[in-house]
Design a protein around this ligand. Structure first.
Ligand code: IMP
Length: 436
C-alpha cells in the first residue's frame, strides 16, 4: 500500500508539475491534496499547450487516475474549462478524474473580497493570486463554506450562497461589481455547474483507501511550497492551506501510516511571488538574469517572480518538516552560465549568526545572508543524461547541497522537457518507484 508525497521545498514554483509528470508512469494514482486554482502548471499534448490549475498532469496518461482531494478548493467554472480543453484534445477525462464531494467551492464573493482586501492594503499587500483561495478557506474554517456535495441538495443552495454573500463584505469596501451578483443568480449558476461536474464527483477518501488496500501506488501532489504553508511558512505572507507533507493526510483522508516516503522538489536557486521576506533575493541584474534564464513568470498570474540564490536554511527547514528522504533538484541548467554560485549557509542578524529560520517576519526581513561561494561550471547541462556526465563543478554543487541540507538528491532536472532529467539509479526515488 505505498503512498508517496511530492512536496515543494521553497516558496512554490519549484517545478513539481514536471517531476509529478515524470513519475506518473510509475504510479496508479496522482492525488492533489491542497491549494486551488492559485497553483498551475502547463502541459503539452502534441503541439497544444494547456494551463492546468486544478487537474494533476497525470491526466494525460490513459491508465492513471487523477484525484482532486477534499483539501483542495475548487473554482467550478475554471475546473470545467480545464476539463473542456482536455476533452477537445481527445483526452479521456471522464474515466480518469475524480473530485472529492467534500472539497470546498470558491464563490464569486470570495474572489471579490480577496481583490478588495488587496486593493485596500496597498503597501501591506500579501500579493495573493486574487482568486479567492484564502477567503474560501476562511469560510471553511468558519463552517459556512459551500462544498461540492451541497450542490446536489438544490433546495438549500440559495440559502448557503446568501450566507457567504453576507459574510463577504469587508468593512467600508465594496466588492468589484462583476463579482457581486445577487445570490439568486450565483445559486442558479452553481447548481448548473454542479450538474456538469457530477460525473467526476466521488467519495475520494473512500476510493483512495480502497485502492491503497488493493496495493495501488499513489503519488500525493502538494501545491505551493513549505515556505507558503499556513503554519510553517513565512506567516502572514503565506497561502491558506497546509502545503507541507502532513497536508496529504488531511487533504486526502488517508492516515499517516499510508505514507511511505516524501520527495521534496527544490530549485537550484530561489524564487518567490508576492510579498514577504526573502533573504537571498537579488533585486539586481543577477536576479533579472536568473529570471530570464529560468523563465520565472507566474504560470497563474504572469507576475515576474522575485529571484535569488539558494538558501540552505530554507531547504534544511523544509527537509526537517517534511522528513524529505530524496530531493528533485530542478532548473539546474539555469545556473549553467554563472562564473560563481553563492549558497546561503547562515544569516547574520544584529551581529549574531543564525542557522535556523526565525518565526518573526520582521527578524527574517533584517537577516543578511552569509554565503559560501562555489565555482560555476559554465557549460550547457541541458542534454546531460547521467550524473557522472555533469561537469565537475556541477557535481560539486549537487554534493554541497546534499551535505548542507542533509538529504540525497535523487533527481536533477536540466530542462523543461520530460526526457531531460537525471534519475540517479541508486536513489530512494528510483528504488521506491521502479519503472513498470
Ligand atoms: P493566495 O494563495 O492566492 O492566497 O496567495 C498567498 C501567497 O501565496 C501569495 O504570496 C501568492 O503569490 C503565493 N502563492 C499562491 N499560490 C502560489 C503558487 O502556486 N506558486 C507560488 N506562489 C503562490
Amino acid at each position: 500500500m505505498p503512498g508517496f508525497v511530492v512536496v515543494g521545498s521553497q516558496w512554490g514554483d519549484e517545478g513539481k508539475g514536471k517531476i509529478v509528470d515524470l513519475l506518473t508512469e510509475r504510479v496508479d494514482i496522482v492525488a492533489r491534496y491542497g491549494g486551488g486554482p492559485n497553483a498551475g502548471h502547463t502541459i503539452c499534448v502534441g503541439d497544444r499547450r494547456f494551463a492546468l490549475h486544478h487537474i494533476p498532469s497525470g491526466i494525460l496518461r490513459a491508465d492513471v487516475l487523477c484525484v482532486i482531494g477534499n483539501g483542495v478548493v475548487i473554482d467550478p467554472a475554471s475546473l470545467l474549462k480545464e476539463v473542456g480543453a482536455l476533452r477537445e484534445a481527445g483526452v479521456k477525462v471522464e474515466e480518469n478524474l475524480r473530485l472529492s464531494d467534500r472539497a470546498h467551492l470558491i464563490l464569486p464573493y470570495h474572489r471579490g473580497i480577496d481583490i478588495a482586501r488587496e486593493e485596500a492594503a496597498r503597501d501591506g499587500r500579501l500579493g495573493t493570486t486574487r482568486l479567492g483561495v484564502g477567503p474560501t478557506y476562511e469560510s471553511k474554517a468558519a463552517r459556512y463554506g459551500l462544498r461540492v456535495a451541497d450542490l446536489y441538495d438544490e433546495a438549500t443552495v440559495l440559502e448557503k450562497v446568501r450566507v457567504v454573500a453576507a459574510a463577504s463584505r469587508p468593512a467600508g469596501a465594496a466588492l468589484p461589481a462583476e463579482l457581486d451578483a445577487p445570490p439568486e443568480e450565483v445559486a442558479e449558476e452553481y447548481v448548473r455547474l454542479g450538474r456538469a461536474l457530477r460525473p467526476f464527483v466521488d467519495d475520494t477518501a473512500r476510493l483512495l483507501n480502497a485502492r491503497l488496500d488493493e496495493g495501488a501506488v499513489v503519488l500525493c501532489e502538494g501545491a505551493q511550497g513549505t515556505m507558503l504553508d499556513l503554519d510553517h511558512g513565512t506567516y502572514p505572507y503565506v497561502t491558506s492551506s497546509t502545503s507541507t507533507a502532513g497536508g496529504a493526510c488531511t487533504g486526502l483522508g488517508i492516515s499517516p501510516i499510508r505514507v511511505d516516503g516524501v520527495i521534496g522538489v527544490l530549485k537550484a536557486y530561489s524564487t518567490r511571488v508576492g510579498g514577504g521576506p526573502f533573504p537571498t533575493e537579488q533585486d539586481n541584474d543577477l536576479g533579472r538574469l536568473i529570471r530570464e534564464r529560468g523563465r520565472e513568470y507566474g504560470s497563474t498570474t504572469g507576475r515576474p517572480r522575485r529571484c535569488g540564490w539558494f538558501d540552505a536554511l530554507v531547504a534544511r527547514y523544509s527537509v526537517t518538516l517534511n522528513q524529505t528522504e530524496s530531493l528533485a533538484l530542478t532548473l539546474f541548467d539555469v545556473l549553467d552560465g554563472f562564473d560563481a554560485i553563492p549558497i546561503c549557509v547562515a544569516y547574520e542578524h544584529g551581529g549574531r549568526r543564525i542557522e535556523t529560520l526565525p518565526a518573526d517576519p520582521g527578524v527574517l526581513r533584517g537577516c543578511k545572508p552569509i554565503y559560501e561561494v562555489l565555482p560555476g561550471w559554465k557549460s550547457d547541462t541541458s542534454s546531460v543524461a547521467r550524473f557522472e556526465d555533469l561537469p565537475r563543478a556541477g557535481r560539486d554543487y549537487v554534493a554541497a547541497i546534499e551535505k548542507i541540507v542533509g538529504c540525497e538528491v535523487g533527481i536533477i532536472s536540466t530542462s523543461p522537457q520530460r526526457e531531460r532529467t537525471i534519475l540517479r539509479p541508486k536513489s530512494r526515488i528510483a528504488h521506491w518507484l521502479p519503472p513498470r
